[in-house]
Design a protein around this ligand. Sequence first.
Ligand code: S3P
Length: 172
Amino acid sequence: MNIKKNIILTGFMGTGKTYTGRALARRLGTNFIDTDALIEKEAGIPISEIFEKFGETRFRELEREVVKRVSAEKGMVIAVGGGAIVNPDNLAALKRNGLIINLTASPEVILSRVERNSDRPLLQVEDKVGKIKELLEKRAPYYEKADITVNTDGKTTEQVAEEILRIVSSKP
Ligand code: S3P
């Protein structure tokens, strides 16, 4: 399939944006961009360290700049960090050339996917599932602005990629 627009993967931490994005790009024979990976590469330090040293505000500035740049691409699969589309400028930029796909999962599944690693600064708290639920509720109105929502609970990466391809190919 030849895609003209970008396919943008958004959704909460642990919904599989990066894995799904890689699988989708491979199937489509196109490139995959992960904005978090790009931010880390350019900053030369992991995201957890950006938060620690410079704070979330600085991270959001770097994110905005990277989102603006990747939004100019065409025909790519792009995964953005879970908080990116909370900023209306980011959402508008991504929408201009892209179809926004929101990946979802239940708080328990999200917890099981993220609890082993310490690379999510927003989830370094005692009550992780409580924090996940609180953030999910706060972000729901933003994630709802996506064009398509795909639930990932109990599905493999390949199944999710397959489902997205089916939906995308049925769109005019
Ligand atoms: C964030 C999600 C992370 C990363 C940063 C902030 C968020 O990306 O951008 O830690 O605000 O939800 P993933 O969704 O890829 O984990």
